[in-house]
Design a protein around this ligand. Structure first.
Ligand code: EPS
Length: 389
């Protein structure tokens, strides 16, 4: 991995931080670019009370001088406004683990004497820093014309038929919708579904689609398992809180079809090798193939429900219902920028790996010189080879 990032911070602690290491020098980086993404992460119908308290804005504490990256680690910080209410206060003990959350696994693993440390670090509040680091990656990719966008395709039982709506139109319409669904009729139904969920004191999951456009051919590799682009995308997506499933392209639908109905046929157009479909979702054998990268992720309904669930109070050893802790009802719309951030991180990493170089100036000509899927770039020698003596 050429590009790396780590995050630190608890949901109700003083602040959240991230260090992003490996972004080349010479990338103009105003904080406003990151703040725009942070605002997106805060918006979406189905949020809980916390988003009314927080005003996530980033401070860039390292790696940027005179408005440009210098090739050094980029240090980012976001304050938790809600911390003021927690600082110096004795917080009531928490000993009833919520099924589906980090409470029980965290306590068993780390031996906590109170369940709070588990949920504080496992909280999706941490995704603030994924989005901050990912905003830098998105901005870096954009310098090469690579666009990462996303939208919600289903919430609960409500699905969306996108027809042949172009991806960039989907991204734009999604941002006009408070459930981040580009098709208005479906968005209205999703909103109703979330409203019912809130009134029903429950939570709801959904499916998100993240798309990367203008990705060159050749990112990732089949040469080693951990270099495969699909694998890196899946890891990044699955690392997001409450994401329990992922597919690249039409993976699950393809599994039900014969091979001839699934492959993306190749034809020639002005010397270029063009695909007739994109069921593979932009990757073949661990390498980007120049088609849009299409990643779909399943988000489960989050664990914290107003309706109590069965659990055991670890203090008394008695079976008792869960206690409610303020939370989101349906975080699916808000997960779009988070998943975009993770996809952008993977693609930025793979692009830096492919191009090498310490500065944007070194990378630009290398990007222009990348081999393409065209007859001119693929001369065949038409000679028998003895591959093994
Ligand atoms: C938050 C994400 C969710 C919210 C959290 C803020 O985190 P969790 O995964 O812990 O449910 O619930 O807000 C609170 C913890 C709270 O006190 O309301 C975020 O994205 O910022």
């Amino acid at each position: 991995m050429t590009l790396r990032f780590l995050t630190a911070g608890e949901s109700h602690g003083p602040s959240l931080t991230a260090i992003l290491d490996g972004i080349p020098a010479g990338l103009p980086l105003p904080a406003s670019i990151i703040d725009l993404e942070l605002v997106r992460r805060q918006k979406g119908y189905g949020s809980g009370g916390r988003m009314k308290i927080e005003k996530d804005t980033v401070q860039i504490l390292g790696g940027v001088m005179a408005g440009e990256t210098i090739g050094a680690p980029i240090a980012l910080l976001v304050q938790n406004m809600d911390h003021a209410k927690w600082k110096g206060k004795a917080i009531a003990p928490m000993s009833s683990p919520r099924p589906g959350h980090a409470d029980l696994t965290g306590a068993v693993k780390y031996g906590y004497k109170d369940l709070r440390p588990a949920l504080e670090r496992a909280s999706a509040r941490e995704t603030t820093m994924r989005v901050a680091a990912g905003a830098v990656c998105k901005h870096f990719l954009l310098q090469f014309g690579i666009i990462v966008g996303g939208y919600v395709s289903s919430i609960g039982d409500v699905q969306t038929d996108f027809g042949d709506m172009p991806y960039e139109e989907r991204f734009a319409h999604a941002e006009e919708s408070d459930v981040r669904c580009p098709v208005q009729a479906s968005a209205a139904k999703m909103r109703d579904e979330i409203e019912k969920t809130i009134h029903g004191k429950n939570t709801l999951g959904g499916i998100l689609e993240i798309i990367a456009l203008n990705v060159p051919v050749g990112l990732g590799s089949f040469a080693q398992w951990d270099k495969r682009l699909e694998a890196r995308l899946a890891m990044a997506i699955m690392s997001v809180q409450a994401i329990k499933g992922v597919e690249v392209g039409d993976a699950f639908a393809n599994s039900r079809l014969p091979g001839t109905a699934v492959q993306d046929g190749i034809r020639l157009e002005n010397g270029d090798l063009i695909r007739m479909s994109n069921r593979a979702g932009g990757t073949e054998a661990g390498i980007s193939n120049g088609q849009p990268i299409v990643v779909r992720a399943a988000m489960k309904p989050i664990a914290t429900t107003l309706t109590p669930q069965r659990t055991v109070d670890l203090r008394s050893g008695v079976e008792s219902p869960t206690k409610y802790e303020r939370s989101d009802f349906c975080p699916v719309p808000r997960a779009v920028p988070i998943l975009e951030a993770m996809v952008a991180f993977v693609l930025a990493d793979a692009l830096i790996e492919k191009l090498g170089g310490d500065s944007m100036d070194e990378m630009r000509p290398r990007f222009e010189a990348l081999r393409k899927a065209s007859l001119d770039d693929l001369p065949m020698d038409n000679t028998p080879h003895v591959f093994w003596e």
